[in-house]
Ligand binder design. Structure first.
Ligand code: DX5
Ligand code: ZN
Length: 220
């Protein structure tokens, strides 16, 4: 299981400290929500931040685009140091083209399914994508409640990749806590996005919160 720390949920006044603690706890994979204020009504981290993070730390960066024109972000994201790049299925007319552009820029290419999207929408794209990000909340804000409809999508995707012998990974984003994180893992999720119900905002140091959370999730 890869635990992706969503840095929008970190203490913005102490980002360097929080990132350092996550890495010390063994979590050097980061989920960066990149919003344009149009596709979703919010803004937070930006590409200068991604660049600074990559320069300063030895880490893996997963950029989750929540923008109206994802095509225009491919090159800037690659230059900033993104390793994984995902876009919302309903933000583009030509998803095959975008997947191939992302890969041509040396990044893993992912498709994001919103809660309203049906998992079958991914069938034809599945062999061209490296991962599928299942949204378990509406995109744009942290701290929302996990929606159970994510479970059937994870299950569907896991069955699809077994049936078609496809190597894509399954990631889940939004409202993940102990209980639902465990269930997502059991259903086939490979990556979980960690926010304010797991690694962050726990009232204890991040290092301890990470250790505790992983222990709870990994135990049978
Ligand atoms: C929601 C974001 C998530 C968010 C996760 O638009 O995509 O990555 O930061 O945080 P929690 O788990 O706190 O909702
Ligand atoms: Zn996200």
């Amino acid at each position: 299981m890869v635990y992706l720390s969503s840095l929008s949920c970190a203490d913005l006044l102490n980002l360097e400290r929080d990132v350092g603690e996550l890495i010390r706890a063994g979590h050097s994979s980061f989920h960066i929500d990149l919003m344009d204020g149009h596709y979703v009504p919010n803004l937070c981290l930006n590409l200068d931040f991604v660049k600074a993070l990559k320069r300063r730390f030895d880490c893996m960066i997963d950029v989750h685009l929540m923008v109206e024109d994802p095509f225009s972000y491919v090159q800037p994201c690659a230059e900033a140091g993104a390793d994984y790049l995902s876009f919302h299925l309903d933000s583009v007319s030509y998803p095959f083209r975008l997947l191939s552009q992302i890969k041509a820029h040396g990044m893993k290419a992912g498709i994001v399914l919103n809660p309203k999207n049906r998992p079958e929408d991914i069938d034809k794209l599945a062999k061209d994508m490296d991962y599928c990000l299942v949204m378990s909340v509406e995109p744009g804000f942290y701290g929302q409640e996990f929606m159970d409809l994510a479970y059937e999508k994870i299950q569907y995707l896991d069955e699809l990749r077994r049936r078609e012998k496809l190597p894509f990974q399954i990631s889940v984003d939004g409202g993940i806590n102990d209980e639902n994180g465990k269930r997502c893992k059991m259903l086939g999720a490979d990556m979980l996005v960690m926010g304010v119900f797991s690694f962050f905002n726990q009232g204890i140091p991040i290092f301890d919160a990470c250790k505790d959370y992983v222990k709870r999730i990994e135990e049978k």
